[in-house]
Design a binder for this molecule. Sequence first.
Ligand code: G3P
Ligand code: MG
Length: 346
Amino acid sequence: TPGSPVNMTELSTADSFAFAFDIDGVLVRGGRPIPEAIEAMRVLNGENEYGMKVPYIFLTNGGGKTEAERCIDLSGQLDIVVSPAQFICGHTPMREMVEKYKTVLIVGGEGEKCRQVAEGYGFRDVITPGDIIKDNEATTPFRKLTPEEQANSRIRNYGETKIEAIFVFADSRDWAGDVQIMLDLAMSKGGYIGTLSDTFDEGPPIYFSHNDIVWSAAHDNVRLGMGALRKTVETLFKNITSKDLETIAFGKPQIGTFQFATRLLQQWRKDEHRINRPPETVYFVGDTPESDIRGTNEFNEKAKNTWYSILVRTGVYQEGTEPAYKPQVTVDTVLDAVKHGMKREV
Ligand code: G3P
Ligand code: MG
């Protein structure tokens, strides 16, 4: 363009392929970047022998903050600018349920964060476990609200409030209290807290933003995740009522999450990179066979062979074990994954 600075090293943009990244165990561990991740992003942004930029998005099961806040965190960790338009976390697709339920219980995360996320999505009436404890402190015998929680929690008459659905947005900070309240509702007459059903089959549906039993954090060994909480709730319900409780999980490996990611990637390629055609290959880089590799492989079967699974050795998957779901390739780090994909393409 006349008047714009002359760029001596004009980069081309790859339009036939793209990358999608898991975050924990691939790019970040315990809030710190995995060193090769910073280099991997530089390579995709043009610092490579081909003089080429490659479009990419992020697809994590994590959550607990708004997408915009998570992108600020990730930008700082990876030394790039990450836009919410290229970012999906576990609870992102839950925003499509705001019309379906009016009054909802939102579980997990720090303080009021997840309530704010849910209200930002457009949920009209959001209750937290803290609200319920404030109304009746006998709900959780061993959990007392902090002065801050007291101040934030909202008083109302729960005998008259029908909770239509429960959404677990992020990891629980108080398993005992949150499990108690989820079970109270699952065993209630139609979602009215304080009631007890005769049949135990009329509680509100429970949605988890993902189903990872373990995940890769700062500790050397994997840590318990939301899938473990899900199992706990289901097992205890069965123990107490002798009935089965069926809950629902979003996130990877659900096909719907990969469909959501496909739409986001298409929009991102169009808006950011001016590419108007679908990619022939999307390289998905993950560390958890049960969510990342399983989801990519199953989606690939439906998506005309366009998704390609790459497993890294920096997270949940442990070298020397047999992954429950086999990737197309296993490499050491995310940098090797990026090099592998680019080498296949150019
Ligand atoms: O809680 C987050 C964790 O279970 C997985 O995150 O980025 O590995 O999908 P990620
Ligand atoms: Mg991971």
